[in-house]
Design a protein around this ligand. Structure first.
Ligand code: PHE
Length: 335
């Protein structure tokens, strides 16, 4: 094959190469140490008379350099995404995924409470009426059930109806994370301290501080001689670590939840001087302790349930709770 033809072929082959591997195959075909077409041509120079050496040597050397340069150029050009660019080129921007700020907040909360010796517990989002309400001192006829607008699941009609002895269990999307308290107490002996962050659902109208699908941070500490003072210490310490560098003022307002006595609402003061409610808390009600067969004379505890969206809104200055679940990447990418 004559040199001009080789040069023409190699040029179109390089042009058509679609990956680094294809380009490497071309390099081997022409410049490979064993039987590369150009390599062989270079070797043949050794046997040529001196005049021809002088004439062809530089031409073949130049062809070799041209092919090397063309391959390199193609690699750098990166016209196909398979090509690995020249490491000296400025990198192309790599799009990376972002954690949703709720996930980020949850992770921070876990880390802080683990540092305070709490265990992190998980619970089901699809819950039984018994755990979401009854065992929390909210029987079916209790007016307080109206505090939690509930997404009920359709009862499992036919199969249960046929079975006359089956007690119908009612299922719902948990309206708060408090059922995890019951599940945990049923299977563990005190003393302990746990948190349980997770998704909760309420069948209600949305606005800038309410979403039908939101997240709560449940906490429960059961032991001997536990009082609200222990809660005050833990909650202030948590806020101090969570809102790093910010001055946080906490306020308890007397409130009512059937599963605590006394019950409080926890507010924190924002930079603008306004108070924002972050959730409820209180001393675990004796009826709740009895429901899980703890002796209320022996064990006491505090429980709290904070809105994770609220915490994230305050920490990151997010104006609307609906942004978190909006799936809007422009929003998520800010975190
Ligand atoms: N579960 C309550 C709610 O979602 C919050 C709460 C938790 C209040 C624990 C007191 C104790 O409204």
């Amino acid at each position: 094959m004559d040199l001009e033809e080789i040069k023409k072929n190699v040029a179109s082959e390089i042009e058509q190469a679609r990956s680094g591997d294809e380009l490497e195959a071309i390099r081997i075909k022409y410049l490979g140490r064993k039987q590369g077409l150009i390599t062989e041509a270079l070797k043949s120079i050794a046997d040529m008379p001196i005049e021809e050496k002088k004439k062809f040597g530089p031409i073949i050397q130049k062809a070799k350099a041209d092919i090397e340069a063309a391959i390199k150029f193609k690699e750098n050009e990166g016209s196909s995404d398979d090509f690995i660019g020249d490491i000296t080129l400025p990198g192309r921007k790599i799009e990376s995924g972002h954690l949703n700020p709720i996930t980020k907040t949850e992770n921070e909360v876990r880390r802080i409470f683990e540092g305070l010796n709490f265990s992190v517990i998980d619970g089901p989002e699809l819950e039984e009426e018994k755990y979401n309400f009854d065992s929390l001192n909210i029987p079916a006829d209790h007016p307080a059930r109206e505090m939690w607008d509930t997404f009920w699941l359709k009862p499992e009609g036919s199969s249960l109806a046929k079975n006359s002895v089956a007690v119908k269990k009612k299922y719902l999307l948990r309206t708060h994370t408090s059922p995890v308290e019951i599940r945990y107490m049923e299977t563990h002996e005190p003393p302990f301290q746990i948190i349980s962050p997770g998704r909760t659902f309420r069948y209600e109208a949305t606005d800038s501080t309410h979403e039908t699908n939101f997240h709560q941070l449940e906490g429960l500490m059961i032991g001997r001689d536990i009082s609200l003072a222990n809660f005050k210490f833990i909650v202030e310490e948590f806020f101090r670590r969570f809102f790093v560098g910010k001055k946080v003022t906490v306020r308890f307002r007397s409130s009512y939840f059937p599963f605590v006595e006394p019950g409080v609402e926890v507010d924190i003061k924002l930079d603008n001087g306004k108070w924002l409610e972050v959730g409820g808390a209180g001393m675990t009600h004796p009826n709740v302790l009895r429901a899980v067969k703890y002796n209320p004379r022996e064990w006491q505890g505090f429980a709290f349930g904070f809105g994770i969206e609220r915490l994230a809104m305050i920490k990151y200055g997010v104006p609307d709770a609906r942004l978190f679940m909006s799936g809007d990447l422009k929003f998520t990418k800010k975190f």
